[in-house]
Design a protein around this ligand. Structure first.
Ligand SMILES: NC(=O)c1ccc[n+]([C@@H]2O[C@H](COP(=O)([O-])OP(=O)(O)OC[C@H]3O[C@@H](n4cnc5c(N)ncnc54)[C@H](OP(=O)(O)O)[C@@H]3O)[C@@H](O)[C@H]2O)c1
Length: 331
């Protein structure tokens, strides 16, 4: 079967190869999935570039945690009723050597979730990281019903889902930040009540005006290092900042504003959701998908052979939404 892989970290074009690998067979408790779409996330790109570690956890890595396809074989203990099921995948390349950038992969059956009818395969390849990250950030600690929520980067892969989910799961008001008119349009179409261009407008002042000086109840943050100071000003007392990303690792956090306002900072990685949190997010996501309630923002669809270009597109920071690789016939 055809697969993309790397055996050392480095620039996409230097280390990614596409070649034949042996066909995998499912072990007990596993399903084998004929992959049709493979999603490329910043996390996959950072691992391949060696930004997390210069040494590989496995001699050869087939990248990408997200993907979608059809179950075509099951291991011992897995119901044969799953054969032929359309599925989306999560954590396929996290702590594993074999992700979705290939024609077939085997993984524990719980990591292959039924894709509701009417949801495209390319959308299925955006759910494991972007959609579940957004949804956990919205659902955690009692959710957002009645709250004013600020989503930073509302036209990003995660942010675009977060705007939709906060809006549909009861937020009183969703404010988001963008850097261009095109992104502003995308964020409004996702359901944002207010869109602020953080490059050209005075964000803190604008949010104060929009909230009559009250501030926001929750910020869903993709770059805490860049935005920490502004966030502390925009949060109400007892509010929370849910952080899922940071452009830089060290971040300056002024102690006094944090403690005086009783602010809560919450950090999480979608790879490490507890079983209960994952089950809650997956069930809610399935309901939203079944209702056809979600828009999926696809920046580029490329063939598997162009995996290096796909990685470079994600690395560029210019992608408007998700970059996906088509591995099999369209679905
Ligand atoms: N913790 C987790 O489990 C988890 C899960 C998913 C992603 N992440 C991380 O979250 C980050 C975003 O991921 P993604 O897939 O959504 O990336 P993405 O699709 O590239 O989206 C990022 C968006 O944020 C905007 N942006 C960049 N810097 C910003 C800033 N300082 N303030 C406001 N907006 C800003 C970008 O547009 P402009 O540059 O034009 O503003 C872009 O629209 C990455 O660092 C990723 O590794 C973490």
């Amino acid at each position: 079967m055809k697969a993309a892989f790397y055996e050392s970290v480095g620039p996409a074009r230097e280390v990614l190869r596409v070649a034949e690998l042996p066909m995998p067979e499912p072990a007990a408790g596993e399903v084998r999935v004929r992959v049709l779409w493979s999603g490329v996330n910043p996390s996959d790109v950072k691992s391949r570039a060696g930004l997390r570690s210069k040494t590989l956890p496995f001699p050869r890595i087939v990248p990408h945690s997200d993907g979608s396809g059809v179950i075509d074989a099951v291991g011992e203990g897995v119901s044969r009723t799953r054969l032929g099921e359309r599925v989306w995948l999560w954590n396929a390349a996290w702590g594993r050597a074999h992700g979705t950038a290939c024609e077939w992969l085997c993984l524990p059956e719980a990591q292959a979730v039924r894709l509701p009818e009417g949801v495209s395969g390319e959308a299925g390849a955006c759910l494991g990281i972007p959609a579940l990250t957004a949804l956990h950030a919205v659902l955690m600690d009692g959710g957002v019903a009645g709250k004013t929520v600020l989503v930073t980067g509302g036209a990003g892969a995660v942010g675009h889902y977060a705007v939709q989910m906060a809006s549909q799961l009861g937020a009183a008001r969703v404010i988001t930040t963008v850097s261009s008119d095109t992104k502003a349009r995308v964020a409004r179409e996702a359901g944002a009540d207010d869109v602020v261009n953080y490059k050209t407008e005075a964000l803190v002042q604008r949010v104060a005006e929009l909230t009559q000086g009250q501030g926001v109840d929750r910020i869903i943050e993709l770059d805490m290092a860049a935005n920490a100071a502004a966030n502390l000003e925009m949060l109400k007392p007892n509010a929370e900042c849910v952080v899922y990303g940071s452009g830089a690792s060290p971040m300056a956090l002024p102690f006094y504003p944090l403690i005086v306002k009783n602010l809560q900072l919450k950090f999480f990685m979608v790879y490490h959701l507890t079983a209960a949190d994952r089950a809650r997010a997956t069930a809610t996501l399935t309901r939203l998908l079944e209702r056809g309630a979600l828009q999926h923002l696809i920046d580029q669809r490329l063939p598997l052979d162009q995996i290096a270009a796909a990685h470079e597109r994600v690395e560029s920071g210019q992608a408007l939404g998700n970059v996906v690789l088509q591995v099999g016939p369209a679905s």
